[in-house]
Design a protein around this ligand. Structure first.
Ligand code: C2E
Ligand code: CA
Ligand code: CA
Length: 856
């Protein structure tokens, strides 16, 4: 079993695809971020580089602009300074008119060139000509140039030979200005002759104001070129004017292509990043979902692999533990596989059977297994019972199921059902048979009878049905115990079976009721001969625990097809005949005849009439007086019921009491008898006792004590004057119950007498045990008195016994004086009979009492 666990997770990946996918996607994302950071860095670097280049360039252009500015001023000044006319009119002598008025060096210099200051300084450093912003003004150049004045003059003069003006940036009242100075020379004019005097110096001052700078900046492509002011701290580029920026400095705002690039590129980059992120997210989701699906399918694969392994293991286990064996056959019906269980179940070797035909091992009820397997349209869930003989030579039954299999052939299981089949057979037997005797029961009888009746027409002989009932079986059961009763029944069954032939049937259909079905009896004589044999056999003594028990039976006979053709009718008719046999004195048989049925119908009518009679006062009471034998005195009377039938006249009780007993009417009838009799007795002139007959049925049905109490109370009759006559069948049916009841009755104060003594079973034992006050010797003893001498001895013995038990002994059926004398002789206490008095109707009985009264 240990190797049958499903495969472990060894085959599973150490990490799931989802985890793997996630990891690689995170790596990818990291790379992306790094890429983006690098790109941003690159952008910034590039932008800065661009900006720096732009700054350098703009600085270069600013310098160029300033140099050009200087050069222009220098060239302009050169034109004016190295000019013969200027030498004449401003050095040799100062001709303001020539210079200013005639506009040779006048206001146009301001208007056209924007020179704020134009000065001429003579050899003795005095300012001899000054035009300030186009206006002739008496201003000293030294006031404008301040400390640079001397330096400018000397430098200018020093360059006289080279005829190159000097320039310098100076600060004029906080504004940078370019100063150009050159000595005035005759230039190339041959007409003018230079004097010895130190050269006069022409000075042009061009103040760099905002407008000028803007124009310069525009020419050179430098943005926002301006003079630096104290609060212009944001300027990113500057250019110093003069030595170390003594004249101030220029500021400008170089263009920032880097910043532009950034402002354009960064959002683009961001958008790209967002888009890439978005795409990565989508990709992540897709791939994760894909990976999940992959994982799920992997897991489901794993699960189904596990399930497959489990199912295989389960199958293997089941094959090993079940009692079934499994087989496979090829198309030639030869075994190609047999499971291990085959050997254990059949005791046969597998090797010996592999390759052999399935038909040589198993056969079905109807044919070979191969025939069954090749049946067209055989359902897959069909199975068939097969037989085989095991190694011990025992026949076994196996249930074979089969299916066609992939490689042509069949496979299936074989289940050993020997036990099951046997158990079923047993159950079937039990359901059809009587557990005690093993004889067929009513169910089986019914089936047998139905079967026989079906084929009746083809048979020569009639079908004979005997209904047999044991006489007085109940006392045997009660007195000797149920085990003895069972033994008797078993013995009777055995004897019955001995009397019939094999093809006949003996069934037990009730406690002591049997039915015999005989197929071979050709006529009535044969049937009677058989009945004779059966009764003789049953009447043989049965020995139980060393004691001999005698039993007899009565038989009712019906025959098919004469009497009936229906099983139920036959059985009913046999019962009617049986009833007749019992009524006919037991230990005999009766054939069913049509008039029996008529009798039954008659009984039914009588029953209905009786019911009516009880209700409608058709019952009458007769009283038969009982005399003391010794002196012939009336001591009491027995109440005897009659039925005054409107059509049939007076009916005796023997005709209707049994019907009343069978139908339960006896209670109502007896109630009427008791109350009426008590009422009469209470009116009798003498305190005679009243004797009332009780039916055994009344003992069983309950309420007897209460009913008697009621009758006594209603009539006011002294209970001591009442005697109840009980037959011994009361004690036979339920001795214990009867005893208790009789003790209760005794407590009421009534007397109890045993009626019909001597006709029953073992009367003597009852007399001793039960609280009787008297016994009545059955009239059959007196009837037979003439025939046998024994009866006299018996009567004598009974009287003796009665006296020994202090019982009043009464003789019934005294029909002759002889009877009376004999009874007197044996000392019998009381007697009644036709010889003394017949049962009398109420008037007659009253008359009798009157007569007796007057007599005494
Ligand atoms: P039983 O108790 O043995 O009653 C006596 C029967 O013997 C009566 O028959 C009576 O007429 C008859 N008898 C009296 N003297 C002679 C005689 O000298 N010779 C002959 N051959 N017979 C004589 P009855 O009235 O036909 O009653 C028959 C049976 O009916 C009674 O037998 C009794 O068992 C039963 N029976 C009668 N009345 C009642 C009743 O009210 N209740 C019950 N439960 N049974 C009753
Ligand atoms: Ca009686
Ligand atoms: Ca009697």
């Amino acid at each position: 079993m240990t190797d049958k666990t499903p495969p472990s997770d060894a085959a599973a990946p150490s990490r799931s695809s989802v985890a793997l996918t996630r990891a690689s996607l995170f790596k990818f994302a990291g790379l992306l971020v790094a890429g983006f950071v690098f790109a941003v860095y690159l952008f910034f670097y590039l932008a800065q580089d661009l900006d720096r280049t732009e700054e350098t360039e703009s600085a270069f252009y600013t310098e160029k602009a300033m140099q050009a500015f200087e050069k222009t001023l220098r060239l302009t000044l050169k034109d004016y300074a190295f000019w013969g006319d200027a030498y004449k009119h401003l050095h040799s002598e100062v001709d303001t008119d020539w210079a200013y008025v005639r506009q040779n060096l006048g206001s146009t210099l301001y208007a056209d060139f924007g020179f704020q200051g134009v000065f001429v300084v003579d050899d003795s450093d005095r300012t001899v000509y000054a035009v300030i912003r186009g206006a002739l003004q008496p201003v000293q150049a030294s006031d404008w140039l301040k400390q640079r004045y001397a330096e400018v003059l000397s430098q200018a003069r020093a360059n006289a030979q080279a005829e190159t003006p000097i320039t310098a940036f100076i600060d004029i009242n906080g504004s940078p200005a370019l100063v150009a100075a050159a000595p005035i020379t005759p230039g190339t004019d041959p007409t003018v002759v230079a004097d010895d005097r130190q050269a006069s110096v022409l000075i042009f001052v061009d103040i760099l104001d905002a407008t000028k700078l803007e124009a310069i900046g525009k020419d050179y492509g430098v943005q926002g070129l301006r003079i630096a002011t104290g609060d212009d701290v944001h300027a990113r580029a500057s250019y110093p004017l003069g030595e170390n920026g003594a004249a101030g400095s220029l500021h400008w705002d170089p263009e920032r292509p880097g910043q532009r690039l950034l402002s354009l590129g960064l959002p683009l980059l961001s958008i790209t990043a967002v888009l890439v992120c978005l795409m990565a997210w989508v990709l992540l989701r897709r791939t994760t979902a894909g990976a999940k699906a992959l994982d799920a399918s992997y897991h489901s694969l794993q699960r189904s692999q596990g399930a497959l392994a489990t199912s295989e293991a389960r199958f293997r286990d089941i094959v090993e533990i079940s009692s079934d064996w499994i087989w496979e056959v090829d198309t030639c019906w030869r075994f190609t596989y047999l499971s291990e269980r085959f050997e254990e179940v059949t005791g046969q070797a597998r090797e010996a059977w592999l390759g052999r035909s399935i038909d040589s091992l198993l056969c079905t009820e109807t044919g070979t297994v191969s025939q069954w397997l090749s049946t067209a349209n055989r359902r897959a869930d069909n199975s068939v019972h097969c037989r085989y003989v095991d190694t011990r030579g025992q026949e076994r039954i196996t249930r074979v199921s089969a299916r066609t299999m992939g490689p042509p052939g069949f496979r299936g299981t074989a289940t050993d059902v020997t036990g099951e089949v046997e158990a079923r057979r047993q159950i079937e037997f039990l359901s059809q048979h009587d557990a005690l005797t093993g004889l067929p029961n009513r169910t089986c009888l019914q089936a047998f009878l139905d079967g026989k009746l079906k084929v009746l027409s083809t048979q020569e002989n009639p079908l004979v049905l005997l209904s047999l009932d044991l006489d007085r079986f109940k006392p045997v059961n009660d007195l000797l115990g149920h085990a003895a009763g069972d033994q008797v029944l078993n013995e009777v069954s055995r004897r019955l079976c001995e009397c019939v032939r094999h093809e006949d049937l003996v069934a037990r259909v009730g406690g002591d009721e049997f039915v015999l079905i005989l197929c071979d009896l050709s006529n009535q004589d044969n049937v009677e001969a058989l009945c004779q044999r059966v009764l003789a056999s049953i009447e043989q003594p049965i020995e139980i625990d060393g004691h001999q028990t005698f039993i007899s039976a009565s038989i009712g006979i019906t025959m098919a097809p004469n009497d009936a053709l229906e099983a139920s009718e036959l059985l009913r008719y046999a019962d009617i005949a049986l009833y007749e046999a019992k009524a006919g004195g037991r230990s005999t048989w009766r054939f069913y005849s049509g008039d029996m049925n008529a009798k039954i119908v008659e009984r039914r009518r009588l029953e209905a009439d009786l019911r009516f009679a009880i209700k409608h006062g058709e019952l009458r009471l007769h009283f038969q007086p009982r005399y003391r034998i010794a002196d012939g005195q009336i001591v009491g009377a027995e109440a005897l019921v009659r039925w005054q039938h409107p059509e049939r006249g007076l009916i005796p009780p023997d005709t209707f009491i049994p019907i009343a007993e069978q139908t339960g009417l006896i209670i109502a009838l007896s109630n009427w008898v008791m109350s009426t009799a008590c009422q009469y007795a209470a009116q009798w002139p003498q305190p005679l006792f009243l004797s009332i007959n009780l039916s055994p049925i009344e003992f069983k049905s309950g309420g007897l004590v209460e009913r008697i109490e009621q009758a006594l109370a209603d009539s006011g009759l002294n209970p001591a004057r009442v005697e109840l006559e009980i037959t011994e069948s009361v004690m036979l049916d339920d001795a214990g119950g009867a005893l208790a009841l009789m003790h209760t009755l005794k407590k009421l104060g009534v007397r109890l007498a045993m009626d019909d003594f001597g006709t029953g079973y073992s009367s003597l034992s009852y007399l001793r045990t039960f609280p009787f006050d008297g016994l009545k010797i059955d009239r059959s003893f007196l009837n037979r008195l003439g025939e046998s001498a024994d009866d006299r001895a018996i009567i004598l013995a009974i009287v003796g016994l009665g006296h020994a038990l202090s019982l009043t002994v009464t003789a019934e059926g005294i029909e002759t004086a002889e009877h009376l004398r004999m009874l007197n002789a044996v000392g019998c206490d009381e007697g009644q009979g036709f010889f003394l008095s017949r049962p009398l109707d109420v008037q007659a009985f009253d008359a009798l009492l009157q007569a007796a009264e007057t007599e005494s």
